[in-house]
Design a protein around this ligand. Structure first.
Ligand SMILES: NC(=O)c1ccc[n+]([C@@H]2O[C@H](COP(=O)([O-])OP(=O)(O)OC[C@H]3O[C@@H](n4cnc5c(N)ncnc54)[C@H](OP(=O)(O)O)[C@@H]3O)[C@@H](O)[C@H]2O)c1
Length: 261
């Protein structure tokens, strides 16, 4: 590969991951893109190579399986690449009452939103420490701060990845490697459609654009910040959620989410 640093971005076929890939390419990073929809990543590759002259590798894989981490590590080894920047972004939500949730889909969600990023980070961070430099970006959510009726398991995994990543960031101090957690609020992507949640007018009015969220996340990651919440409304919501008692927060969140058309 070229002399540029290499960034691995999961969930790069759409939404925030695609925009993080665009942002990193504009900063001169080579890219290793991962998601299931290869044709979308191939189209993105053509564009980024043309616009920024970076090298882009595309790897199509389902990251929600039991063996996802091992398979991806084997693909990285085969491609003979060293990862300087890891962006764990791939994921999906599922909006339904806890007892109606499909067990297999819930398990896949836990794997892709928690187990997989933890395993992949642990596998790649050692090399970064040996080289004395590296950046990790975990994409969590403002749901990390609030139990969310309808998004019960989703919010639980996002709380878990924020907690784990904040500990890693602390333990990495002095190594030259940092782990940043990006906690977006509602963002205009395909996420809502896939999760089955029809957002209400209030949520629509506070939605941020995906490129803006990506830019804020990449900037915070390159600075080595521990946590970043994009947007004033999201910051305020996260702050209040952690200050107010849960007996108040949970029904309030349920009400906000239930307002959907
Ligand atoms: N949009 C929001 O309001 C919002 C708010 C807070 C946090 N987030 C978080 O932001 C991250 C990105 O979401 P987004 O909003 O950009 O959603 P999106 O537009 O639906 O994009 C999701 C990305 O994840 C990939 N992905 C999903 N399931 C996968 C699987 N099984 N294997 C491999 N890749 C998979 C998708 O690619 P393929 O389908 O091609 O595999 C796609 O590239 C997620 O972690 C999400 O939880 C989103």
């Amino acid at each position: 590969m070229g002399s540029n640093k290499m960034a691995l971005v999961t969930g790069a076929s759409a939404g925030i991951g695609e925009d993080i890939a665009r942002d990193l390419a504009a900063r001169g990073y080579d890219l290793f893109l991962v998601a299931r929809r290869k044709e979308r990543m191939d189209a993105l590759k053509i564009q980024l190579v043309k616009e920024h002259g970076v090298q882009v590798l595309v790897h199509a894989q389902d990251l929600s399986t039991h063996t996802a981490c091992e398979e991806l590590l084997a693909a990285l080894q085969k491609a003979d690449v060293t990862i300087d920047v890891l962006v764990n972004n791939a994921g999906f939500g599922s909006f339904c009452p806890t007892l109606d949730a499909d067990t297999e889909r819930e398990r896949a969600m836990v794997r892709i939103l928690f187990q997989f990023p933890v395993d992949l980070t642990r596998a790649l961070v050692r090399g970064m420490i040996e080289r004395g430099q590296g950046r990790i970006l975990q994409v969590a959510s403002t749901a990390s701060f609030q139990p969310s009726p309808g998004y019960g398991m989703y919010a639980a995994t996002k709380a878990a990845i924020l907690s784990w990543s904040n500990v890693l960031h602390y333990e990495l101090r002095g190594t030259g490697v940092t782990c940043t957690t990006l906690c977006p609020g509602p963002t205009a992507t395909e996420f809502g459609e896939i999760s089955g949640h029809v957002s209400n007018r209030l949520q629509d009015s506070t939605k941020m654009s995906s490129p803006a969220v990506a830019r804020i996340g990449v900037r915070a990651m390159l600075r080595g910040q521990a946590t970043v919440i994009p947007g004033f409304v999201n910051k305020l919501g996260a702050l209040l959620s952690t200050r107010m008692p849960r007996w108040f927060v949970v029904p309030l969140v349920a009400r906000v989410l239930r307002g959907a058309k």
